[in-house]
Design a protein around this ligand. Structure first.
Ligand code: SF4
Ligand code: SF4
Length: 129
């Protein structure tokens, strides 16, 4: 298991309707990040500010010039769905997350423990069962 290398695959895959936010997160944005609310409609993200339809790509995703490195313009205020990713080894396999290394595939239980440790600043460990 290695640190995230900002390949952007997760943001690209999930930001066109695969992310959700809670009412509490929206309430906080309404007070502290009203600019984000332009992209929220009926509790869904990320929506076109004028047309109201689902965007195909997160408006806060930025690609570094001449590099395959992506950053988030709202990193500190991003949704919990983004903060918590990745959650499981299977999800990482499905998404071809580049944190995953070949040794992790051979020992998925150990890899999950390593992942939870790496993510401990962002989310609680995966609950079993
Ligand atoms: S809000 Fe940030 S972390 Fe979430 S999908 Fe957009 S760019 Fe990625
Ligand atoms: S897919 Fe994995 S390595 Fe790539 S940006 Fe997302 S968390 Fe990081």
């Amino acid at each position: 298991m290695q640190e995230c290398n900002s390949c952007g695959k997760c943001c690209t895959k999930y930001s066109d309707g695969g992310l959700s936010v809670t009412e509490d997160e929206i309430a906080i944005w309404e007070i502290f990040n009203p600019e984000l609310m332009d992209y929220v409609k009926d509790g869904k993200i990320w929506m076109h500010p004028q047309k109201g339809n689902q965007l195909t790509l997160c408006p806060w995703l930025r690609k570094a010039p001449n590099k395959n490195i992506y950053t988030c313009d709202i990193y500190e205020d991003r949704p919990d769905d983004c903060k918590f990713y990745p959650v499981t080894i299977q999800q990482m396999k499905d998404d071809e997350c580049e944190m995953l290394q070949s040794a992790d595939l051979a020992q998925p239980i150990k890899a999950q423990i390593a992942l939870d440790r790496l993510m401990s600043d962002s989310r609680p460990p995966l609950k079993k069962g």
